[in-house]
Design a binder for this molecule. Structure first.
Ligand code: URP
Ligand code: ZN
Ligand code: ZN
Length: 464
């Protein structure tokens, strides 16, 4: 057998073990894993991975690229957003196809394909947002058949026209249960949130507290109550649910209990909830950090790390939704007008590696599991993605175990002109990244190309 590339001499890290071995790549797939492959396969290009970890490339299963939102459009598109992914060691991103106005779900999906085609540098697929249950429910079956088994509903964002009520969530869980689909939910309690926002939306308070009002109006019970409701609807329907961007200790505890009780529900957190806390809103540029849900406290961080280790937090993603300083400045002192979201995919793996593995919160195998293997499993992409195994896509990231790089937004691929992690010293950036056998990062530099990334069609989930 001829091999195109041999990744030689590295420590291969999977979700379950670490072994010293070579990886042989032929075409787009991993063809062989073994010792001294170069001897038996002369002619292959050799990538020296001595003293490095060789891991299955990451998946960021929650990104928003070129998203019209909060009166503007998020500034990372499929060009910068997927270059950032590659340099962060991520070769699969999952975005959200969201209908606008009277768009059908099919139109939303077409719109998102148009954004990605010809631009994406790594592989991608979409969750489909159901924003008008009465009309959209008819399309769900067809979309599952076409390779989109994951759907999304938002419990907030009434003004955007995205909000789903309890009946819509209940209906979607029932419908998807019968089709082998999964419902992702943005869980925040809308009516109480609106009440708290109205209560504090006063010029004097805004002058005094600025972006801190984002924290005041979103106490932890806003997320916890909404997660409780999703758990309830998931239990009684027998459906399958996934809580996106879970940010609270209460949420992690509710998911632990629900999983223990046999409810088919899992939850992700995002890197920012693990490493940043709400004290940032007191900083001069605190408004830059505004996301929905907002950053919580060090106690929440601690519980989310514990949940990530124990398994009730299934994976880490980013909710990348990038806004520049100019876009963020639209708030003019009113926190309800801040474009919500931050850049993230490029720093996902380095943050979880540095603050997880190097600070002894996770083993290196757990890091691989939560950033690569498990997101691939949860989203129906395993073992094509998320595995170092013969027959899997040769999506491989090589990282140095200890060498740190300083985060500087000027050197990142993102279009953003600031970084929530500016000046942080992080290990775990991709020294080399391969996407389906093609090198897209070499020596920390992007060497991929637009249009290389492929759409990933997914199958329905097997019954639980
Ligand atoms: O602040 C955020 N998260 N922006 C993107 C939309 C969402 O809720 O995921
Ligand atoms: Zn959300
Ligand atoms: Zn999101």
């Amino acid at each position: 057998m001829t091999l195109d590339t041999i990744i030689s001499g590295g420590r291969l890290v999977t979700a379950s073990q670490t072994v010293r071995a070579d990886v042989g790549v032929r075409g787009e797939r991993i063809a062989v894993i073994g010792q001294d492959l170069a001897k038996a396969h002369p002619g292959a290009a050799i990538v020296d991975a001595r003293d490095r970890y060789v891991i299955p490339a990451g998946l960021d299963v929650h990104v928003h690229l070129e998203l019209p939102f909060c009166g503007t459009v998020s500034s990372d598109d499929y060009d910068s957003g997927t270059r950032a992914a590659a340099c962060g060691g991520v070769t699969t991103v999952i975005d959200f196809a969201i209908p606008y106005g009277n768009d059908s779900l099919g139109q939303a999906v077409d719109n998102w394909h148009a954004r990605a085609e010809g631009k994406a540098c790594v592989d991608y697929c979409f969750h489909v947002a159901i924003t008008k249950w009465d009309r959209h429910h008819r399309e769900i079956k067809g979309l599952v058949k076409r390779g989109y088994p994951t759907f999304k509903q938002f419990m907030i964002y009434e003004k955007e026209g995205w909000q789903a009520d309890d009946a819509a969530i209940y209906g979607a869980l029932e419908t998807l249960r019968d089709l082998g689909g999964m419902l992702l939910v943005h869980a925040e309690s809308s009516r109480v949130l609106d009440l708290l926002i109205a209560r504090h939306h006063k010029p004097a308070e805004m002058r005094k507290h600025g972006a801190w009002l984002h924290v005041v109006t979103r106490p932890n019970f806003i997320e916890a109550e909404a997660i409780e409701r999703v758990i309830r609807w998931t239990r009684v329907t027998g459906g399958r649910a996934f809580i996106v961007h879970m940010s609270t200790a209460e949420g992690a505890e509710l998911i632990r209990q629900a999983m223990h009780a046999g409810v088919n529900i899992v939850a992700e957190t995002c890197a920012q909830y693990l490493v940043l806390d709400d004290s940032v809103f007191k900083k001069k540029d605190g408004h830059l950090y505004a996301t929905c849900p907002q950053l919580k406290t060090p106690a929440d961080q601690k519980r989310l790390w514990a949940g990530l280790k124990a398994g009730e937090v299934s994976n880490v993603s980013t909710d990348t939704c990038t806004f520049t300083r100019k876009q963020k400045a639209m708030w003019k002192g009113d926190w309800t007008k801040i474009p919500m979201g931050m850049p993230g995919t490029e720093t996902l793996m380095p943050l979880v590696y540095t603050h997880g593995v190097l600070e002894n919160r996770l083993t290196v195998n757990q890091f691989v599991d939560r950033c690569s293997t498990n997101p691939a499993k949860v989203m129906g992409l395993y073992p094509k993605k998320g595995a170092l195994a013969v027959g899997s896509d040769a999506d491989i990231t090589i990282i140095h175990p200890t060498r740190k790089r300083t985060v500087d937004w000027r050197k990142l691929q993102t279009n953003c002109d600031w970084s929530p992690f500016q000046g942080w010293e992080l290990a775990g950036f991709a020294e080399h990244t391969f996407c389906r056998g093609t090198q897209v990062v070499r020596d920390y530099k992007f060497v991929g190309r637009n249009g290389y990334g492929q759409f990933l069609k997914r199958e329905p989930f097997a019954a639980a």
